[in-house]
Design a protein around this ligand. Structure first.
Ligand SMILES: Cc1cc2nc3c(=O)[nH]c(=O)nc-3n(C[C@H](O)[C@H](O)[C@H](O)COP(=O)(O)OP(=O)(O)OC[C@H]3O[C@@H](n4cnc5c(N)ncnc54)[C@H](O)[C@@H]3O)c2cc1C
Length: 367
C-alpha cells in the first residue's frame, strides 16, 4: 500500500523518497533491496489514474450534509460536521470518547481490548480542518492531519524537519492529527517538546466558551490534563519564529524510523552578545508529562554562552528531572543523554565556532 501510494504521487522517486515512503514498514522478510528496486522501476508502469477532479466529484457524492449518528442499546457514534454542534454534543456527553485520527485510540481497542461505548468523531468538522496563516501565528485546527500540519510548519521551522520526518510513518501521519498528539499528552509524544519550546498555545472549547492556555499548562500529571469535562482542544496556535532565536529538536530512539522516543529534547535560544537573553528547554521522556527544564533555564538566563556555563547547566538539568527506567532506556541513560543533547545544542550554537548539523548528526543531509 505504501508503494502504491508512492506510485500514485511520484513515479520517479529517488532513494531517499523511497526510504521515507517505506519507513512505516518494518517487516521486510524479503530484504530491502528488491523492494527498493521495484520502487525504482515504477516509472516503467503506465501513468496512474490521478484524475483529481473526477475523484473529488466522487467523494462529493458521498459527502453528508448533516451529523451522522449510529446508535444501538450498547453504543453510540456521532460525527458532527459543524463546530458548534460538536461543542454542544460533547458538553452534553462529556463521558464520550473524542476520536480524531484514531492512531492512538485504535490501539486501545486492538491491543488493550477496551470497549468504547460512546464516541464523537471530530474529523468531519469543517472548521477544524483549517490551517490559518496569521501574521503572528499559524493556527492548526484539531482535524488537521500530521502530514498537513508539518507541511504548514516546516517552512517556518525547518529545524524541526528531522522530527517531522521521524514522527511515525507516512500512513500514520496521513491519518493522525497534530492536536490528537497534544491532547493525548503522552510523556513520550514527539510534538510537545518542540511546540512548548517555541511557545505554542492551545485553544480549548467547551459549549460556547473558549479559552487559551500555554501548551505546557495543559499537562498536569501522567495522562492528566487541564481540560474540564466536555472541553476539547479546538486548535493549536504556533507563533511564527522570533528573529534571532536558534532552535533544535532531537529525537533519541533505538531506530531512526518509526520508533518511540526514549528522549525528545527541544531547545530555543536567544543570545544578547555572548549572553543568554532567553532559553526554553522542553523535554519528553524525562518526566510524567512533557516538561520544561525550569531550573536549568533560570540558571542560564544572563550567563555567558560558553563551556564553563554548560558544565553547571548540566548539573541543573540533573536536578530538573528524575526520569524513569523502562524498556526504552534506563533512568541513568536518559539523564546522561539529555545532558549530552544540551552539549550538542551548545556545539551547534556556540559563538564564533558553531558546528554544522553534519558534524554532529550522522543522519544530517549534506550537500
Ligand atoms: C504505528 C504508530 C507510530 C506512531 N509513532 C509516533 C511517533 O513517532 N511519535 C509520536 O509522538 N506519536 C506516535 N504515534 C502516536 C499517534 O500517532 C499520535 O499521538 C497522533 O498524533 C494521535 O493523533 P490522532 O488524531 O490519531 O488521535 P486519536 O487516536 O484520535 O486520539 C488520541 C487521544 O486524544 C484525544 N483527542 C484527540 N483529539 C482531541 C481534541 N481535539 N480535543 C480533545 N481530545 C482529543 C482522544 O480522545 C484520545 O484520548 C504513533 C502511533 C502509531 C499507531
Amino acid at each position: 500500500m505504501s508503494m502504491f501510494a508512492l506510485y500514485q504521487h511520484n513515479r520517479t522517486p529517488d532513494r531517499a523518497e523511497i526510504d521515507d515512503a517505506l519507513s512505516g514498514n518494518l517487516c521486510r522478510c524479503t530484504g530491502y533491496r528488491p523492494i527498493v528496486d521495484a520502487c525504482l522501476h515504477m516509472h516503467e508502469y503506465p501513468e496512474p489514474d490521478n484524475d483529481e477532479k473526477r475523484l473529488i466529484a466522487q467523494l462529493r457524492e458521498i459527502q453528508r450534509g448533516q451529523r451522522l449518528t449510529l446508535e444501538n442499546a450498547e453504543a453510540s457514534y456521532h460525527a458532527p460536521i459543524a463546530l458548534d454542534d460538536l461543542a454542544a454534543l460533547y458538553q452534553q456527553n462529556p463521558d464520550a470518547q473524542i476520536l480524531a485520527g484514531g492512531t492512538d485510540v485504535g490501539l486501545w481497542v486492538t491491543k488493550q481490548l477496551r470497549e468504547l461505548p460512546a464516541m464523537i468523531y471530530l474529523g468531519d468538522v469543517v472548521e477544524l480542518k483549517q490551517i490559518k496563516n496569521g501574521t503572528d501565528a499559524i493556527e492548526i485546527g484539531a482535524a488537521v492531519t500530521l502530514t498537513d500540519a508539518f507541511a504548514a510548519l516546516q517552512p517556518h521551522y525547518p529545524e524541526l524537519g528531522e522530527m517531522f520526518r521521524r514522527f511515525a510513518s507516512v500512513p500514520v501521519r496521513n491519518a493522525g492529527t497534530l492536536v490528537g498528539n497534544i491532547a493525548n499528552g503522552s510523556p513520550i509524544g514527539d510534538a510537545m517538546p518542540a511546540l512548548i519550546a517555541i511557545g505554542a498555545r492551545v485553544r480549548l472549547r467547551r459549549g460556547r466558551d473558549s479559552r487559551e492556555l500555554e501548551l505546557e499548562d495543559l499537562y498536569l500529571d501522567y495522562m492528566q490534563n487541564a481540560m474540564q469535562p466536555g472541553e476539547f482542544v479546538e486548535a493549536v496556535i504556533v507563533p511564527r519564529p522570533e528573529a534571532g532565536t536558534q532552535l533544535r529538536c532531537y529525537k533519541l530512539s533505538k531506530r531512526f524510523d518509526q520508533d518511540i522516543s526514549a528522549v525528545c529534547a527541544a531547545f530555543a535560544l536567544r543570545l544578547d552578545g555572548d549572553q543568554v537573553a532567553d532559553i526554553r528547554i522542553a523535554l519528553g521522556g524525562m518526566a510524567a508529562i512533557p516538561k520544561r527544564a525550569s531550573q536549568t533555564e533560570d540558571y542560564l538566563r544572563g550567563e555567558p554562552w560558553n563551556e564553563f556555563t554548560l558544565v553547571t547547566a548540566g548539573q541543573k538539568l540533573a536536578a530538573d528531572f528524575t526520569p524513569l527506567s523502562d524498556m526504552r532506556a534506563s533512568s541513568d541513560y536518559r539523564s546522561r543523554a539529555t545532558a549530552n543533547l544540551l552539549h550538542r545544542f551548545y556545539l551547534e550554537t556556540r559563538i564564533g565556532d558553531a558546528l554544522p548539523p553534519a558534524a554532529v548528526n550522522v543522519f544530517a543531509v549534506t550537500g
